[in-house]
Design a protein around this ligand. Sequence first.
Ligand code: FES
Length: 115
Amino acid sequence: MPTITFTNEKKEIQVPAGANLRKEALRAGVPLYPGIHSVANCHGLASCGSCRVLITKGMENTSRKGLLESARLGVSLAYIGNEGTMRLACQTNVNGDITVTTRPSLNLFGENFFS
Ligand code: FES
């Protein structure tokens, strides 16, 4: 069974192969959404973008990005500079061990943003 490690929450959970990251995080009580988005989100339809996470280890153990996810992330400022690690939890299936940072901050002054 794959293990998901949530770094902010210092929590590890084991999930069945192919499990949906959003569902498993919520089931485990991991606060996936920032602020008001905990109640005002699209519930997994890939339209709000508020379930974004960083997969800091094990990206190869996740499902591939689909068109809907790529389109949604492509219009997000937070995606700039995080193209290799950012995913929408609701669109990510877990096939092996991964490490996840939930609620990544928006760094408008990072080295990648204005370059
Ligand atoms: S829950 Fe809205 S994009 Fe994932």
